[in-house]
Ligand binder design. Structure first.
Ligand code: HEM
Ligand code: SF4
Length: 574
């Protein structure tokens, strides 16, 4: 390995296929943490070392170690869980993770606050439910998402099949996970190509995210991801094949214009039988062409910007042995979830619940974990986690609909009336995320309440408007694809972005920098007033903010930072 690679590359290479010194570190009782190199490796096993940032100050004052604990992310392709698996995760959450569960924007479950000495027991319980956390984080292909409602039609079933096939094919092959967490036998390492035929010793330069979409729903936010497959349907609504997209990604760093979010490019069309081959080729080209010196420039989106889409496509075609056909027409209408009951083609029904910011717990307000446990106990049709941090109770026979709806209503899990709240997402941020610069999950509900008040004043309460917030520019809740995007800048302060497309196809643009609650509400209030008075029939809020001159349209990542600011002052149209 040459000198010009990042520290993470050395850690991966020296790790003996993700083992590092994790086993010893787990036995080390003197600290709740693990050593720095292992902190990088443990991500590949689906975990982050974190500390409770609410407690930092007090513990420092008392000269105590930080309140270390682990976040564990489960790998759930397509977000599909059986009822038994739901019950297993619920039990783990209550036993080891502070009796709360977080549904994520990438269709998985995160459990927070697991102390080191409980990690193995946690993973054993998850394993017993036929789930795992391998490759849920780290420089590998992560949880593969798919349109949330697989039973809705044959197309959704095909999308889920593809998501599972890609997930299985791109899984790391190292036995390290079993050895470390499940006391598996150490298998003598053979040739490195045999150990990791796709990834090799150093895995990918950076994280890699894959999704499968079924138009007209873009719930997975296909343009936000490294690799996407968009179903193309035939006359009978069966999948004829797949448009392939490459090079989407959200993360950037404040003040570093070389880093930017980017929407993926459609690159061609392939048959179902070729899709896994194409996925593997995209991964291996990124493995070999991606930047291993600078992690901030290592995602596929930068590889494609640097090398050009045509060169990238040619290399993928060569490696896959597949010629991609021209992209077929496709049309998305929304990134949101369809709340409430929907009938499936097989006669069962699905109930899409509203889970605010994906957070489930029992508190004085509502007993949501308990209600879902009851539902899982009386219902064996399973659950689907949606890409919008919501939950679907799937495959409900007609006879059980009233009872399940009653339980959901009592737990306040039915969708609210407000069009803004129905389309709101926040990342976790404080107190667990070490990268958060500002609150997100704990603040967005209050901000939405203040904005709901202003929307009501302008007669816009029921309008679907997408709002997303993150505590830092990494963009875990995909804020750059929201009509209203808020990104943490410092405590209580946010950058406000506007002008993304409702269907998830266009990024937004910076409107105002480093502003606090009152300024956010005031700016949006005058825009809501203008929207209410000036909008054209059917015009979405994001499109309106561009036409009305509040922000310039972003064409793609490379011009995300260009023409930022407010060409038309919000107050001018109040
Ligand atoms: C590029 C830099 C990024 C870094 C360093 C990063 C790091 C993290 C960390 C540390 C957490 C744990 C927070 C907690 O649970 O306490 C997290 C959560 C999460 N991240 Fe990221 N992230 C990045 C970008 C992204 C992007 C672009 C996406 C999605 C497109 C994403 C998806 C998620 C999801 C789904 C969660 C779970 C919580 C949620 O749903 O909000 N991350 N990330
Ligand atoms: S966006 Fe930033 S603050 Fe929010 S979870 Fe991701 S890394 Fe943490």
């Amino acid at each position: 390995m040459t000198d010009d690679v990042s520290r993470n590359e050395r850690i991966k290479e020296a790790s003996d296929y993700l083992r590092g010194t994790l086993e010893q570190g787990l036995r080390e009782e003197i600290t709740g943490a693990i050593v720095e190199d292992d902190q990088q490796l443990v991500k590949f096993h689906g975990m982050y070392l974190q500390d409770d940032r609410d407690l930092r100050h007090e513990r420092t004052r008392k000269k105590m170690e930080k309140a270390f604990a682990f976040m564990l992310r489960v790998r759930i392709p397509g977000g599909v869980l059986t009822s038994a698996q739901w019950l297993a995760l619920d039990a783990v959450a209550r036993d080891y993770a502070g009796a709360t569960m977080r549904l994520t924007t990438r269709q998985t479950v995160q459990l927070h606050g697991i102390i080191k000495s409980n990690l193995k027991a946690t993973i054993r319980q998850i394993d017993a439910a036929l789930l795992d956390s391998i490759a849920a984080c780290g420089d590998v292909n992560r949880n593969v998402m798919c349109n949330a409602n697989p039973e809705q039609s044959q197309a959704h079933a095909a999308a889920y099949d593809l998501a599972r096939a890609i997930s299985g094919h791109l899984m790391p092959r190292t036995p390290a996970y079993r050895e470390i967490w499940l006391d598996g036998e150490r298998i003598a390492g053979g040739e490195q190509e045999v150990a990791e035929p796709i990834y090799g010793k150093t895995y990918l330069p950076r994280k890699f995210k894959t999704v499968v979409a079924v138009p007209p729903s873009n719930d997975v936010d296909v343009f936000a991801h490294d690799l996407g497959f968009i179903a193309v349907l035939d006359d009978r609504d069966d999948v004829a094949g797949w448009n392939v997209t490459v090079g989407g990604g959200m993360g950037m760093t404040h003040g570093e214009p070389d880093t930017y979010p980017r929407t993926a490019d459609p690159v061609g069309y392939c048959a179902t039988g070729d899709a896994v081959k194409v996925a593997e080729a995209v991964v291996t080209v990124q493995r070999d062409w991606g930047d291993r010196a600078n992690r901030k420039h290592a995602r596929l989106k930068y590889t494609i910007e640097d090398r050009g889409l045509a060169a990238f496509r040619a290399e993928v075609e060569k490696r896959a042995g597949v010629t991609l056909a021209p992209v077929r027409p496709f049309k998305f209408t929304t990134t949101g979830d369809r709340y409430g009951w929907s009938e499936a083609s097989d006669g069962c029904a699905h109930l899409t619940l509203f889970v605010q910011n994906g957070r489930l717990r029992d508190d004085a307000h509502a007993r949501q974990l308990s209600a879902l446990r009851t539902i899982a106990g009386i219902h064996d049709g399973g659950f689907r986690i949606t890409p919008n941090q919501n939950l679907i109770v799937a495959n409900v026979p007609t006879g059980k609909q009233p009872e399940i709806e009653r339980l959901a209503r009592e737990a306040q899990l039915l969708a609210p009336w407000s069009g803004l709240r129905r389309n709101a997402m926040a990342c976790v941020a404080l107190p667990t995320c070490g990268l958060a610069l500002a609150e997100s999950e704990r603040y967005l509900p209050d901000l939405v309440a203040a904005l709901e008040d202003r929307l009501a004043a302008h007669g816009l309460s029921a309008d679907d408007i997408v709002i997303r917030m993150t505590g830092c520019p990494n963009g875990c809740a995909r804020p750059y694809l929201a009509e209203i995007g808020l990104v943490g800048k410092g405590p209580g302060r946010y950058n406000l972005y506007l002008g993304a497309a409702f269907d998830g196809s266009r990024l937004n643009k910076l409107y105002a920098e480093d502003i606090a609650h009152e300024a956010i509400v005031a700016a949006l209030d005058s825009m809501f007033a203008a929207y209410s008075a000036e909008r054209r029939p059917g015009e979405r809020f994001g499109d309106f903010t561009i036409r009305a001159g509040f922000v310039a349209a972003t064409t793609n990542g490379a011009d995300f930072h260009a023409n930022a600011g407010a060409p038309r002052a919000a107050s001018a149209c109040a």
